[in-house]
Unconditional design. Structure first.
Length: 140
């Protein structure tokens, strides 16, 4: 494959992998959220905890699979930058999560539905930020 064409396909491959990792992150997020809420935790506060767990899992997977060929900072700095970018996406995610719960009510199924809506809306923010600010392509 010619280099120019390979470069054009790279973001598509990364986005596909980012979606796969995001799916895993969603499962971790939703599972953690449901576990904590079923143990008596407040659904709004526990959402913050489940987010932190999911971000840690997705950072590791994105670092080692989605963006593994990208230049890297020290892992600690990279993790903090990734967490910051994902927090911006999470602000969008959380606003939609809370809004959906306010509209449709609080049940276990609605928790997951609200989480899915928030995750979908924040996807573009998260991918763009991860690609541009955390896992920058290596210079040629």
């Amino acid at each position: 494959m010619r280099p120019a064409k390979a470069e054009l396909m790279r973001p598509t491959r990364q986005f596909t992998r980012f979606l796969a990792v995001g799916t895993l992150g969603f499962i971790v997020d939703a599972g953690t959220l449901l576990l904590l809420v079923s143990a008596g935790g407040d659904p709004y506060v526990m959402r913050l905890v489940s987010f932190a767990v999911a971000v840690s899992v997705t950072w590791w997977c994105n670092r080692n699979w989605t963006f593994r060929s990208a230049s890297r900072l020290a892992w600690q700095a990279e993790y903090l930058r990734y967490f910051g970018v994902q927090t911006a996406g999470a602000a969008v995610n959380y606003a939609f999560y809370a809004g959906v719960l306010t509209v449709i009510g609080l049940t276990a199924l609605n928790l997951v539905l609200a989480l899915a809506v928030g995750s979908f809306v924040a996807l573009v923010v998260n991918f763009s930020g991860a690609r541009a600010l955390v896992f920058k392509p290596r210079p040629a």
